[in-house]
Design a binder for this molecule. Structure first.
Ligand SMILES: [Zn+2]
Length: 351
C-alpha cells in the first residue's frame, strides 16, 4: 500500500512538472506559437509592420518573412531584399483596412504583377515610382502601367512563354504564363444579385472612389489568356516560392515548368472566384497537384465589407483529405509567416 502511495505521489509531481514546462512540451499546442513568438523577440518574424513600410527584416539572413496584405498582395522580405507580389493597397472605404496605405510603402526592390486588373495593379505605379523597384508584368499589364506616372526604365515586360529568367541578388524569378479565373457566369450572377438585394448599397462617394481606383487597372479581355503570369521565385539556396494571383486552370506552361522542377516549398495561390466550394476546392486541388507545395497559402479570399469572403477551410479540408502532409496556412493582414529557407525540398533531395 505504501509503495502504491509513493508511486502515485511521484506521478503527481511529474504531472506538475509537465504543466510548468509547457514550452518544452512536444505537444503541438497552438498557444506555443505565441510563447515562441515572444521568446524569439525577432520583430522581423513577430511584428505586423511590413518591412516595406519601415519594419525590420528577419535577423537571420536565411529567414524569409511573408506577409499577406489582402487579395493576392504579399510582401516577401529576405536577405535585405523586398519583393512585393501585386500592388493593390488603397482599396477604398468599402473594404476592411489593411493597416497601411500605398504612400507608406517606401522600400521595395521588385514588384511582380500577376495580372492587370485593378485589384492587382492599382498602386503599382505610385509604389514603383516611390521605391524605384523593378516592376514586372505581362504586355497588357505593362501597357497600362506605361500610361501612369512611373519611369519606363523600371518596367519589365514578360510573356511567361519561356527564356525570361530575371536575376536579382540572392534569387531569380521565372515568369510562367498562367490563366485568369473564369468562374461560371450563372453562379457569379446569382450571388452578385443576392448581395445587391441584401447588402447596403455603396454610397455615391464610394462608387466614385472605386471608379477612380479602377482607372489604374485594365479590363482588356486579353488578361485572361495572355495577361496572367505565375512567378516562380527561387532563392540561391534552392528554396522555391510559386505565386499565382488568379484561380484559373493550370496551363501547359505551368505543367512544363513543374515537370522540370518537381515541387515548390511554398505556393501562394488565389482562391477561385466561383463562390461554391465544390468549384473553388476542385480548382485549389488542381493547383496543389500541379505545384506539390510543402506549404499552401491561399490568397484573394477577402472581400469588401458587404461582400462574401471566400472560405479557405473547405479548401484546406479537401487538400488534406487527399494529402495530409500538405501544410495549410492562412493568417491575418500583415501577420508574418517565417520560413527557415535552408530547410527546403531541393536540399532534402540532395540536389
Ligand atoms: Zn482579375
Amino acid at each position: 500500500m505504501k509503495i502504491i502511495h509513493r508511486f502515485f505521489f511521484g506521478a503527481m509531481i511529474l504531472v506538475g512538472i509537465g504543466c510548468a514546462a509547457s514550452l518544452s512540451s512536444p505537444v503541438a499546442d497552438p498557444r506555443a506559437d505565441r510563447e515562441r513568438m515572444s521568446a524569439t523577440d525577432d520583430p522581423g518574424c513577430t511584428a505586423s509592420t511590413l518591412v516595406s513600410t519601415g519594419g525590420a527584416f528577419p535577423r537571420d539572413s536565411r529567414t524569409l518573412a511573408i506577409r499577406w496584405t489582402g487579395y493576392t498582395n504579399y510582401e516577401l522580405a529576405y536577405d535585405g531584399q523586398i519583393i512585393l507580389l501585386d500592388a493593390h493597397f488603397d482599396r477604398g472605404s468599402m473594404f476592411p483596412p489593411l493597416g497601411f496605405t500605398a504612400a507608406d510603402v517606401k522600400r521595395a526592390n521588385v514588384i511582380l504583377l500577376g495580372h492587370g486588373h485593378l485589384d492587382h495593379m492599382s498602386d503599382a505605379a505610385s509604389v514603383g515610382a516611390r521605391t524605384g523597384a523593378i516592376v514586372v508584368g505581362a504586355p497588357v499589364t505593362t501597357d497600362k502601367l506605361k500610361t501612369q506616372a512611373i519611369d519606363p526604365k523600371q518596367i519589365r515586360t514578360v510573356t511567361g512563354r519561356g527564356g525570361e529568367l530575371l536575376e536579382f541578388p540572392g534569387y531569380k524569378i521565372e515568369p510562367i504564363l498562367g490563366r485568369h479565373g473564369e468562374p461560371p457566369k450563372n453562379v457569379t450572377e446569382a450571388f452578385d444579385n443576392a448581395l445587391k438585394a441584401t447588402a447596403p448599397a455603396p454610397t455615391k462617394e464610394q462608387i466614385a472612389e472605386r471608379n477612380k481606383i479602377r482607372e489604374r487597372g485594365t479590363n482588356d479581355p486579353r488578361v485572361v489568356t495572355e495577361g496572367t503570369i505565375a512567378y516562380l521565385i527561387t532563392l540561391d539556396n534552392g528554396f522555391r516560392i510559386m505565386f499565382r494571383d488568379s484561380g484559373g486552370v493550370i496551363t501547359d506552361y505551368e505543367k512544363a515548368a513543374m515537370a522540370r522542377i518537381g515541387r515548390v516549398d511554398v505556393a501562394l495561390v488565389a482562391v477561385s472566384a466561383s463562390f461554391l466550394h465544390t468549384l473553388t476546392s476542385q480548382r485549389a486541388l488542381e493547383h496543389v497537384r500541379a505545384y506539390k507545395p510543402d506549404v499552401y497559402v491561399p490568397g484573394h479570399h477577402d472581400a469588401p465589407f458587404n461582400g462574401l469572403w471566400r472560405a479557405t477551410e473547405p479548401l484546406f479540408q479537401m487538400i488534406k483529405d487527399e494529402n495530409p502532409n500538405i501544410i495549410t496556412v492562412s493568417r491575418g493582414y500583415r501577420e508574418p509567416i517565417c520560413f527557415d529557407t535552408e530547410n527546403n525540398i531541393q536540399r532534402r533531395q540532395g540536389r
